[in-house]
Design a protein around this ligand. Structure first.
Ligand code: GLP
Length: 233
């Protein structure tokens, strides 16, 4: 696991952009994308670049159950706003949070990923070490699944909603096994509230209690962390 320490999110976003550009020059065609506050500056860099995505496919990590793309808290809405409206792709896939049959939707999403293996995956990290919405305790063998969000994740994500009660209690997320199949992974972490999780991910023992620690077991992982997030390393 290579760790790059940066001053702030702007510098991190620029490095992330450079890594993406190199990956695309080397033939990456399918991008695994993430939401949350962490990748926002990275997407700004991409939007303001001359990179062309018209032949690219994207597959997002996760979506809240019960929200459709017109809801401004849905991850589909976030992706349209921060990237897709500005940079059209050939195809954009996100789980359908409004699917009537959620189990069928998870299977369908797995099929999409099998048909579009991820070349380059961007990740954030939750304060409890989750990646995507793979909460502590999640099996490392799991593919796309429906998740009951933990209280700590609901609280952490409440800042984006008017009221904590509005935060959906479930999400559809790519599983750890799905994420581990991507050829290259770039994880970004900013702020001191991520410092414990970053320490556990980089230096702790590999444990399902801190899902991101599984990344220690594979090649081609780059962590971009600001000084606060890297402060316990
Ligand atoms: C959410 C998302 C994750 C994200 C994490 C951190 O729960 N499902 O993909 O990495 O929160 O969010 P933020 O970047 O806003 O700190």
């Amino acid at each position: 696991m290579k760790v790059i320490t940066v001053k702030n999110q702007l510098e991190g976003g620029k490095i992330g952009y450079q890594l993406l550009k190199e990956a695309m020059e080397n033939g990456a065609k399918v991008l695994g994308l993430a939401t949350g506050s962490t990748p926002v500056e990275f997407y700004n860099q991409v939007v303001n670049s001359n990179l062309d995505f018209s032949e690219m496919t994207s597959v997002n990590l996760d979506e809240y159950v019960g929200l459709d793309g017109s809801n401004d808290q849905s991850y589909r809405y976030f992706m349209n706003k921060h990237l897709f409206d500005e940079k059209p792709f050939k195809e954009n896939f996100l789980p359908n949070g409004k699917a009537a049959d959620l189990d069928a939707e998870t299977k369908h999403y797995d099929e999409i990923i099998v048909a579009h293996p991820i070349d380059w995956q961007i990740l954030g990290i939750g304060q409890n070490g989750h990646i995507g919405f793979n909460e502590p305790g999640t099996s490392t063998d799991i593919t796309t699944h429906v998740v009951d969000l933990t209280e700590s994740t609901i609280k952490a994500n409440a800042r984006f909603f008017e009221n904590e009660n509005d935060v959906p209690r479930q999400a559809i997320s790519m599983g750890l096994a799905t994420i581990m199949k991507s050829k290259q992974i770039v994880l970004m972490a900013y702020g001191k509230e991520k410092a414990e999780a970053v320490k556990g991910m980089v230096e702790g023992k590999v444990t399902i209690d801190l899902p991101a620690s599984i990344l220690q077991t594979r090649e081609n992982v780059t962590v971009i962390a600001d000084e606060d997030a890297a402060s316990l390393l």
